[in-house]
Ligand binder design. Structure first.
Ligand code: NAD
Length: 415
């Protein structure tokens, strides 16, 4: 059976635990999931019938603060996947030094098959189900695959109705009009750009670099657009069904505007050759950005990857086998827990603003985002430099696990 995302997350944890010299009981504590919530709930469909959906919300570890993590609407959601994503969130928050633990949620549903009204009914009922375990001091959901700012507005409203007053700090990634942060929508993509700029600082920067991006949603689409605007040549883009190649660079402004207005890449009429989406991963470019799903890069396609640098936009896009192949081939991988941490970082800013009823300017948000991302990047590079042979992923996970262990030790185990 193929390795699950949870298998990958646990394998990576033990490697980091070896480096951090954790004993058996520390490992047992850090690998445990604080809360695993599963629910089946009915939703009224447009034709008056009811359909039952299954949803999850998982809290991994809250030693460093309230737990935080996205909500995924996808037909492929499973409990193991949600657990893996929750664990990665714990290390990610620690790597960028924001005071949160890790969580994740998901509903098994293909959102493209539901009307807006049905999606609203599903979101509100799922929120009602998880209300006992979320809250601005407990667990703060955010968007992930298949969910967006509108989903967060419904979640915030549902939670608030149950409490009798508006509680903007319960979710992040909301529209700006209802307490969202400037810059949150672009934050994950912008964080990817900041990390790439820092990594390529001595190699001439991002300008003129040829890029391939897998996934054209909130992460991949925004990253491609910002990289394109920063002077990179985004030669390859794709979504689930359509790949596009253009040697001079795809017009990412136009393509992403089309997606934002509700279109699909297959219907976009801009210039470029239509190719199978999987070809994007093995494109001859300077940087490959997998920004779609877990386990895109595997033992099968890793030997065929031509890019000399991988920047992980998605969570867990590289299997451990593919990681080993990239290490052997000398292809550096800038890992998810660093590269895509811009989203949770600006989510943290949104939470801070919500709790203080303040509104930061976009300049302030982006400035602070850059500072946090660059600080985290440098800490990881320092760890790599002082431990030759360590990859950026190993260094990042090591730092994350170390910081969560420190918090756990300082707090002690109650009673
Ligand atoms: P999204 O739903 O907005 O977009 C996903 C994109 O990936 C779509 O274009 C979809 O068509 C494409 N896709 C799906 N399966 C594919 C496949 N097999 N091949 C090619 N393309 C495929 O989701 P998103 O929010 O952009 O999230 C993408 C990834 O980034 C996920 O792993 C998510 O956990 C991670 N992530 C998201 C955020 C965030 O702020 N949204 C933050 C950090 C990490």
């Amino acid at each position: 059976m193929a390795e699950s995302a949870l298998d990958t997350a646990i394998k990576q944890f033990h490697e980091a635990a070896d480096r951090a010299a954790l004993d058996a009981s520390q490992r047992e504590i850090l690998i445990a999931f604080k809360t695993v919530f599963e629910t089946e709930f009915p939703v009224e469909m447009d034709d008056g019938t009811f359909q039952v959906f299954r949803g999850y919300r998982v809290h991994h570890n809250n030693a460093r603060g309230p737990v935080k993590g996205g909500v995924r609407f996808s037909a492929e959601v499973s409990l193991d996947e949600v657990k893996a994503l929750a664990m990665w969130m714990t290390w990610k928050c620690a790597v960028v030094g924001i005071p949160f633990g890790g969580a994740k949620g998901g509903v098994i549903v293909d959102p493209s098959k539901l009307s807006q009204n049905e999606l609203q009914n599903l979101t509100r009922r799922y929120t009602a189900e998880i209300t006992p375990i979320i809250g601005p001091d407990k667990d703060i959901p955010a968007p992930d695959m298949g969910t967006n700012a509108q989903t967060m507005a419904w979640m915030m409203d549902t939670y608030s109705m149950g409490h009798g007053f508006t509680i903007p700090g319960v979710v992040t990634g909301k529209p700006v009009a209802v307490g969202g942060s400037e810059g949150r929508y672009e934050a994950t993509g912008r964080g990817l750009l900041f990390i790439l700029e820092e990594h390529l600082r001595e190699a001439g920067g991002v300008r003129g670099k040829r890029i391939a991006v897998q996934g054209f949603g909130n992460v991949g689409g925004v990253a491609a657009r910002l990289m394109h605007r920063a002077g990179a040549i985004v030669q390859y883009i794709c979504d689930k069904d359509t790949g596009i190649y253009r040697a001079e660079g795809v017009d990412c402004d136009s393509a992403f505007a089309f997606i934002e207005s509700g279109g699909l890449l297959k219907d976009w009429t801009g210039e470029g050759e239509r190719i199978p989406p999987a070809d994007v991963l093995t494109a001859d470019v300077d940087v490959l950005v997998p920004a779609a799903i877990e386990h895109s890069l595997t033992a099968e396609n890793a030997p065929l990857v031509k890019a000399p640098l991988i920047l992980e936009g998605a969570n867990g896009p590289t299997t451990p086998e593919a990681d080993a192949i990239f290490l052997e081939r000398g292809i550096p991988v800038i890992p998810d827990v660093l590269a895509n941490a811009g989203g949770v970082t600006v989510s943290y800013f949104e939470w801070v603003q919500a709790r203080q009823y303040l509104h930061w300017s976009e300049e302030q948000v982006n400035e602070e985002l850059r500072r946090i991302m660059v600080t985290a990047y440098r800490a990881i590079q320092q760890r790599v430099a002082s431990n030759p042979g360590t990859t950026m992923r190993q260094a990042a996970q090591w730092i994350g696990v170390e910081r969560v262990t420190e918090a756990t030790t300082l707090r002690g185990i109650y009673p």
